[in-house]
Design a protein around this ligand. Structure first.
Ligand SMILES: Cc1cc2nc3c(=O)[nH]c(=O)nc-3n(C[C@H](O)[C@H](O)[C@H](O)COP(=O)(O)O)c2cc1C
Length: 327
């Protein structure tokens, strides 16, 4: 398509380097809206199957929902079949209202890897670059890619693969500092992320184990990356973005009270109901409320009550009770 480089990512990350990670089953439009209000910059949908879009699978298409307030959300796709990727991009993603397209080269889940998708492509830099080029050529939007360090500790190839992706025309690379074999265990290796950022010209987002202001500062210092991505630390805690932003500006930060947390949780539920059907929203909110209440008084017992909530009013009553119990 012969696009000229827009410096989209450089400009966005200069303004706000805090990004919300793609999280399957979590980073839907409702959660993204909550994180946006807490100050997240670039945000990512959960991974979406290119084949699912190619075959116009209805469940897959619902994952493309975004609301009008999101200007910096990228849609993440996964797949290894060039034809379905090309079609998914030109038929669906170019016109779905997202700011950019992200390609998943990091998912270590067996079902995905056994199809040759996600982190299976870390083993095949040439195939990964071919897919990236196909997305770049079909896309009207900037393109990014998310990788891991390699498949396992004996095959660390994040620098090599990043150079190949850059050559293919990718405008941004996110590196999760673990191998696929590690899944989410062990410690993310921020020094390897630094190696990537030192070797490519495109901006790099560092990812893995950032949970608060101190770890945000540390990963920036260690990697020198243009952006920092937060995943698990945002579960039930979208406030992590406002905390880091406030502290970064040298402002005094007061963590939200239980009542404030529960207010956000309730707003989250209402957004889920607005964006999805009520029955889906009520079911999906269970895990979110369990995360929002983690560590609160009687949280283990609470989980049982959360799992039996069947209506918005059940949740409202439960949330009132939680506020009272934690006063
Ligand atoms: C529940 C869950 C779902 C995830 N889904 C995706 C996904 O859809 N796409 C992706 O690239 N990474 C996915 N990841 C990986 C995260 O984006 C991130 O790379 C990883 O959690 C490390 O960052 P953290 O330490 O900040 O959580 C997922 C991780 C978790 C825990």
């Amino acid at each position: 398509m012969g696009k000229t480089k827009s410096n989209f990512f450089e400009n966005v990350l200069r303004d706000n380097d805090l990004c919300l990670a793609p999280l399957a089953g979590v980073t839907d439009a409702a959660f993204r809206r909550i994180c946006l209000e807490s100050g997240a910059g670039l945000m990512f949908t959960e991974m979406i199957s290119a084949k699912g879009l190619f075959y116009s699978n209805k469940a897959t298409e619902t994952l493309l929902y975004k609301d009008k307030y999101e200007n910096l959300t990228g849609v993440q796709i996964f797949g290894s079949d060039v034809l379905s990727i090309q079609e998914a991009v030109s038929r669906h993603l170019n016109n779905a209202g997202f700011a950019f397209i992200d390609i998943n080269f990091g998912c270590p889940v067996r079902k995905i890897v056994s199809n040759g998708d996600g982190s299976a492509l870390m083993k095949k830099p040439e195939q990964a670059a071919k897919i990236a080029k196909c997305v770049v050529d079909s896309s009207k939007l900037p393109v990014s890619a998310k990788i891991r360090l390699g498949t396992d500790s004996n095959s660390i190839n994040c620098v090599e693969i990043s150079l190949a992706l850059e050559e293919a025309g990718v405008d941004l690379i996110t590196v999760h500092g673990r191998t696929a074999e590690q899944m989410y265990s062990g410690k993310a290796d921020w020094h390897m992320i630094k190696k990537v950022s030192e070797n490519v010209r495109v901006p790099v987002i560092a990812n893995g184990d950032v949970k608060d202001y101190d770890s945000y500062m540390k990963i920036k210092e260690t990697t020198g990356c243009a952006g920092v991505m937060i995943g698990r630390a945002a579960l039930g805690n979208p406030f992590v973005f406002s905390e880091i932003i406030a502290k970064n500006k040298g402002l005094c930060y007061n963590p939200p009270s239980v009542a404030e947390r529960m207010n956000t949780a309730l707003r989250h539920l209402k957004l889920l109901v607005e964006y999805k059907t009520e029955s889906v929203a009520l079911k999906e909110f269970r895990k979110h409320l369990a995360w929002y209440t983690k560590g609160m008084y009687n949280s283990a017992k609470l989980r049982g009550k959360i799992n039996t909530a069947n209506s918005i009013s059940d949740y409202e009553a439960l949330i009132d009770q939680i506020v009272q119990d934690n006063a």
